[in-house]
Design a protein around this ligand. Structure first.
Ligand code: ADP
Ligand code: MG
Length: 693
């Protein structure tokens, strides 16, 4: 249960003054729906209002705070002209300019003859000194409240700077005193503020530098977040480790049968990975291993061979994929190979209902199914295995820790293999998987041809269409991925539909469309048509990202390539180059490109090595282009920025390890404080491992 002291932070934002049902959705879009989300809504800059010259000395183009007497109201004589209020000090006149003004309101705020403190951007216009829409107009008594450095926040349509600042400050008022969870010697050495001071400092910057990412306050909070992340991962891991494992040794009989049925020999990397997995399985501990390998590096076969050991030992195995399409594809690959060894497989997804589902569950419980492949349907409450011993999760980061745990809870001492096709830079690996053991498939199966990659401005679309037409005539199949315009499915969809319409004019019904909004069955139909060659061109939003295998596809067109993360582009490109024939990847961009965008496309052109691409991605993203993060499903941090705070990560990991060695149940005073930390950064799933022993 979440500690009481955090309740105010996790209350909905409507608990803040002035936030009602009309504003709440806007704030939700801007930052999130809870008070804590506003705390993590960090300023993007500051406005320094401490400069307070006399009117005559106020330079154009600078923000200044001026103390003036209101002289006269000059209502506009036409709706096109602004309402003006003339003010003055001993040195000259200052005009305040208001468009679409409400006179009544202005007369109340600026009574003639009274002194007012006004702050805003000073402009000189035709010899006049003016401020258009001053940010602040207050009586003299409130002068000090304006003469400050003001935080500037990222905004969203419908929310202005002033109310956002006010709401964030209201959220700040809810920040409770929390016990110190950092190691006291470490904390003292860093000269960092306490938690509450640090949060306050973020939102009350005292100079432009104070919003930077390397202030003591920001580093403190970044470390807190990384510590929560590392502690949570370490706890889950210890939890899995601590629990008794089972030593699984196979006879090798089923494996031999499958290897004999394979039309190829394993690569060196596959053999190495399998040896590492085998030694985990044979040991009386629980395996928790990450199998990393590019698309097409042959993870599925490795997973199958690993699962066969469980079956040889008389137990069952499960393979969970993030989507229906992927689950089906795994089943289609695995079922015939397994059948060659007499191993019984079945598919279970959310689409199985009623009698069909019951029949599968019954067989599963009775041991009539050896390998169950499916989606999260695999760990629903009423799913019971006779004896689940090995679970493979093909997750591409789409499953959370608790889902892994839930699947594990379906068996006794389940050995876990997590597969990912996103090559992850080492620093990020630590944040996503902690110290999980890992095997890399860093060698492609033989016979793969390099993919020719070119970047083209979208102005050359006609050329691209012509090239696609030639390729199709030569028997090629083409993926055409449409831009990720916003994080909104509707707009993505509109773009894909437009492109599909355009291509259908040329290619008729040989051009198909798939997108995330389609019903599973409809989508599968189109995918199948593409796989079978009834469709040559598949226009898609990014659904194909998740691993569909069509070896005949040799052309990949990506529109607005500059908007994709490198990791994602790499994944998309990996959809081609799987067959015998040479493949092409055309990255269309919308010029002009930023330097970073140019560099990123150049990386894509220069290499196909996913591990290099991943490292470059992290390096290039330093400039704030963090587009790739959300799409790749890597953990998102509220405060920490790995490009900047990467140096704190190793310290956080070491600290987390030490904590668990000394205080595995987080029972000491610091342990209690660390629990608060875990809840604060919403690593609740880890806390559960404390209870379930
Ligand atoms: P991944 O899951 O890593 O993307 P897959 O396991 O789907 O890769 O393998 C991609 C393709 O390569 C499949 O068609 C598979 O049969 C084939 N393949 C796997 N291992 C080898 C190998 N050692 N030699 C040749 N082809 C292989
Ligand atoms: Mg695969």
């Amino acid at each position: 249960m979440r500690p009481h002291c955090l309740f105010p932070l996790f209350a909905p934002i409507t608990s803040l003054p002035g936030i009602g049902p009309r504003l709440a959705p806007l704030y939700e879009r801007l930052a999130g729906g809870r008070v804590v989300d506003l705390l993590w809504h960090l300023p993007s800059g500051v406005v320094d209002r401490r400069f307070s010259p006399s009117v005559a000395d106020a330079p154009s183009g600078k923000v200044a705070t001026l103390t003036v007497r209101v002289d006269a109201h000059l209502p506009s004589d036409s709706p096109k002209r602004p309402y003006r209020v003339r003010c003055a000090d001993d040195t000259g006149f200052l005009h305040l300019v208001y468009f679409h003004a409400r006179e009544e309101w202005l007369r109340r705020a600026l009574p003639v003859g009274e002194v007012r403190v006004v702050s805003g951007l000073v402009e000189r216009f035709g010899g006049e000194i003016q401020i258009t829409h001053p940010d602040h107009v207050v009586p003299l008594a409130e002068r000090d409240s304006v003469l400050t450095v003001e935080a500037v926040y990222p905004l969203t349509a419908g929310l202005a700077a002033k109310p956002v600042g006010k709401t964030v400050r209201a959220a700040l008022d809810k920040a409770p005193d929390l016990p110190e969870w950092q190691d006291s010697a470490w904390h003292a050495r860093q000269h960092w503020p306490g938690w509450k001071e640090a949060v306050a400092a973020l939102h009350h910057p005292d100079a432009a530098e104070a919003v930077g990412a390397d202030t003591p306050a920001r580093r403190r909070l970044a470390f807190d977040e990384l510590l929560a992340n590392q502690l949570a991962l370490a706890m889950v891991r210890t939890h899995m480790r601590r629990r008794e494992g089972r030593a699984l040794t196979g006879t090798g009989a089923l494996r031999d049968a499958v290897l004999a049925a394979l039309p190829f020999a394993l690569t060196g990397a596959q053999t190495r990975a399998l040896a590492e997995i085998d030694s985990d399985l044979a040991a009386p501990i629980r395996m928790l291993r990450l199998l990393q390998g590019d698309v097409g590096s042959g993870k599925t076969v490795v997973a199958l061979l690993a699962m066969l050991t469980a079956i040889e030992a008389g137990a069952q195995a499960a393979l969970m994929a993030p989507t229906e399409i992927l689950a089906r594809q795994h089943h289609a690959t695995i079922a015939p190979l397994a059948a060659a060894a007499g191993v019984r497989t079945a598919l279970l997804t959310g689409r199985d209902k009623g009698k069909g589902r019951e029949a599968i569950l019954e067989k599963l419980a009775g041991g009539g199914i050896d390998i169950l492949i499916g989606t999260h349907a695999l760990f629903q409450e009423d799913v019971a295995y006779r004896d689940l011993a090995v679970a493979v999760i093909d997750e591409q980061h789409r499953f959370g820790v608790h889902q892994r745990l839930e699947l594990a809870s379906k068996g006794r001492a389940v050995d876990m293999l997590v597969m990912t096709a996103t090559p992850i830079p080492r620093t990020l690996l630590l944040t996503a998987y902690g110290d999980m053991d890992s095997s890399r498939l860093d060698e492609k199966p033989p016979g793969r041809r390099p993919i020719a990659t070119r970047a083209l401005p979208v102005g050359r679309l006609d050329e691209v269409v012509a090239a696609v037409a030639r390729a199709v005539q030569g028997g090629a199949r083409v993926y055409w991925v449409c831009p990720l315009v916003e994080e909104s499915e509707t707009t993505d969809l509109a773009a894909a539909e437009d492109r599909h319409r355009h291509l259908a004019e040329i290619f008729g019904d040989r051009a198909g469309l798939v997108h995330g909004r389609m019903k599973g069955a409809a989508r599968d139909t189109v995918m199948a048509a593409f796989a079978q060659g009834a469709i040559d061109i598949l226009v898609a939003t990014t659904v194909i990202e998740v691993g569909v295998d069509v070896p005949e596809a040799t052309v990949m067109v990506v529109e607005h390539a500059e908007r994709f993360g490198l990791a994602q582009l790499h994944q998309l490109r990996g959809r081609v180059g799987r067959g015998e024939r040479p493949s092409t990847c055309l990255l269309l961009y919308d010029p002009p490109l930023s330097e970073t965008a140019k560099a990123r496309l150049e990386v894509m052109r220069a290499t196909e090595d996913g591990f290099i691409i991943a490292e470059e991605d992290l390096r290039l993203r330093g400039g704030g282009e963090i587009l790739g993060t959300r799409q790749s499903g890597m953990p998102e941090f509220a405060v920490a920025d790995l490009a900047i705070h990467g140096d704190l990560l190793a310290a956080a990991r070491d600290d987390a390890r030490l904590v668990l060695e000394r205080d595995p149940h987080l029972a000491s005073a610091r342990g209690e404080a660390l629990r608060v930390l875990l809840y604060l950064f919403e690593r609740d799933a880890a806390v559960k491992t404390l209870r379930s022993g």
